[in-house]
Design a protein around this ligand. Structure first.
Ligand code: CA
Length: 243
């Protein structure tokens, strides 16, 4: 069933991409895809905004996920206080959130993802990370907890980009840095802004719905196919290899 959905999605994507799709690399998002870090980000954002007089609902961090901290802060102030934020305050709020997040226990990996990464890497699919995160502790731990499959030179992080997701910039930068072309890469994302970014860069994009949002939000953002859990991604591993 999910295998059929994946195969159909590949066919649709190939047909609009001039019939060309030969998988050589996977660009992984980090938060909510490789690390189960979204509950920690959500807690940190809720606490930080509360300090500045904004009560954001629980789902809000998940809807903004994937973007840079600056994007989230600007958007929340416009949405809930109808005002802009000067650069000093922007930096102060970013640091508050960053420090609170760093004080929490480190996030574990997303269930089944190490098994999936091992499988694709051992079958010569090149693994890259494209993240809006600047969390040094998570970025530094990636390569270690994922068996050396994510070297620092195979990453695009918040430190590399100027605009960030949902703009295509991070994925375009990953294409440029890696030398792969559209039609050779599959993206794995879990958040609508991340999906928008990858699709705007022209990439085949799988969404794995590891958070509390409705799967339709991910389809509306343009995901080629939505998996409800990483286990379904594992079920499709042989199909993915043949892509
Ligand atoms: Ca994410």
């Amino acid at each position: 069933m999910i295998g059929n959905q994946f195969t159909e999605a590949v066919k649709r994507y190939s047909s609009i991409n001039g019939g060309k799709f030969l998988l050589k690399a996977i660009f992984f998002d980090m938060d909510g895809v490789l690390f189960d870090s979204m509950p920690l980000h959500a807690r940190s954002w809720i606490k930080t905004f509360k300090k500045y007089g904004i009560e954001i609902p629980e789902h809000e961090p998940y809807m903004n996920e994937g973007s840079t901290a600056y994007y989230t802060i600007n958007k929340m102030f416009r949405k809930y206080q109808n005002r802009s934020v000067n650069s000093d305050l922007l930096e102060q709020i970013r640091m508050d959130k960053h420090q609170y997040m760093a004080s929490l226990p480190p996030a574990g990996t997303v269930d089944s993802m190490p098994e999936f990464v091992n499988f694709v890497a051992e079958n010569n699919i090149d693994c890259w990370v494209v993240t809006g995160s600047a969390q040094k502790n998570l970025i530094d731990r990636l390569n270690m907890v994922y068996n050396g499959h994510f070297e620092r030179n195979k990453m695009v992080t918040a430190h590399d980009v100027k605009i960030g997701k949902p703009h295509p910039e991070p994925y375009l930068m990953a294409l440029q840095k890696s030398g792969y072309h559209v039609g050779e890469v599959m993206v794995i994302e879990n958040a609508p802004l991340g999906v928008e970014s990858a699709k705007a860069a022209g990439l085949f994009t799988v969404a794995v719905n590891t958070g509390p949002i409705n799967r339709q939000v991910l389809l509306d953002a343009g995901a080629d196919v939505v998996f409800d859990e990483v286990k379904q991604l594992l079920d499709c591993r042989e199909l993915i290899l043949k892509t």
